[in-house]
Design a protein around this ligand. Sequence first.
Ligand code: HEC
Length: 180
Amino acid sequence: MRKPYSISMIALLSFILVACGKGGDGKAVEGESGKSAAEPLKMVEFVTTQDGSPLIIKPELFDTPAAKEFATTGKNPYIGNKEAIEKGKKLFQLYSCTQCHGGDAQGQTGPSLHGPNYKYAKNATNKGMFETIWHGTNGGMGAKGKGLMDPTDPNNGLTPDEVLKIIAWIRTHGTTTGNE
Ligand code: HEC
C-alpha cells in the first residue's frame, strides 16, 4: 500500500512545482489586460536605513498615482509640485519634525535636512530619504511610517503619499532634487 501512495505524492508534487513555475514567469498574462486595479505593483526593493535589510511595505498603502509611481520607480513625482510642497510643509509641522529638525529643516537637536551631504549618504536620494523617514534610524530618529510610528495604533503614522510630499518640501531647501 505504501508504494503507490508515494508515487502519487511525487506526481502531485511535481504537478505543483510545474504549476508554480508557470505562475512565476507568466508576466505578460496579467499585464496585457492593462491597468486593472488588481494588478500587482512591481515595487522597487526598499531597505532599512538601520542595516540595509529588506523593508517590506504593504503595496495597498501606495494608494495614489504619485505613490504608485514612486513604488515602481523610486522617483518622487511631487518634486517641484507647488501644492504637494505646501502640503508637505504642513505635514512636517503636524508630525513635529520641526521640534527636532527646526521650522525650516535647518537643524536643531536633529541634523539639518538641506543636504547635499547627509549623515546617511542614501538620503541624497528620494528613495533613501523615504526609507529613513518610513523606518527610522538607530540614532534617535523613530519610524514615521503608517503602522510603525505607534505600535498601539496601526492607523497612526504617515502614508507613503504624505512622506513623498514632505520630501518634496525638504528638497526645496537644497540644490538637488533627489531624483537624479
Ligand atoms: C525626536 C526628534 C526627531 C523627530 C520628531 C524627527 N526626527 Fe528626523 N532625525 C532625528 C535625529 C536625532 C536624526 C539623526 C539620526 C541618527 O543619527 O541616526 C534624524 C535624522 C533624520 C533624517 C536623516 C538625516 C541625515 O543626515 O541622514 C531625516 C531625513 C529625517 N530625520 C527626517 C525627519 C522627518 C521628515 C520627521 C517628521 C516626520 C522627523 N525626522 C522627525 C530626530 C528627529
